[in-house]
Design a protein. Sequence first.
Length: 223
Amino acid sequence: MTKQDQHPSLKVSQLANFQAAPKALRGNRTGRGSYGRIPGRLMSPIVNHGAYPAKAVVGEEVTFRAHVFREGHDEVGASIAVVSPTKKRSLVELHQVEPVGLDIFEGSFRPSEPGTWKFELITYSDEWGTWLHAADAKLPIDQDRELVLAEGLALVDSALKYHHALEPDDEPLHALRKALTSDRDVQATAHRIDVDYAMRARAPRTLATRSAKYQIEVSRRRA
């Protein structure tokens, strides 16, 4: 089961105010053909390296596809920041697809109005995914237990400081914090769907890099 299968609501996150997102998520911008701290390359929907806008119609599913990678073993993440013709902002979360070794991330959305839509790729270091992978590997064999728990607690505390427009309920985060401080049922709690959703929405996204901006020309659907 993929992350997208587990959390269909993560497909498109409508943020009440995208500019209120953490500065780390907004990130540094790279030009076309250049790479940032977390290299990423948009593959679709791109026409002639972005020289021309992609085409779609209202309600059509538009798939974003990107190649995202980094050195080392830490996890990476990617989102598409979308701006509608009427300046409504949203984030489309991308999810890694099989085969994992190709480092391809995908996500999709359906434009709701005609006009020129703008979008850009945001790549970042997935601190939550990295911690979860380490916890699954180390906790069962009691390796670096105190360090793993302390790092997890720091992530939860950071997430609690960031209010997410779609995740006002802090209960899942407090449940994980309680498990970490008591060292009981840590993995089971961390893998709860509501906990994983909350952490992916609110955990720090460091080393964020933004791509150049691209466009989609959306036409009205013919009768």
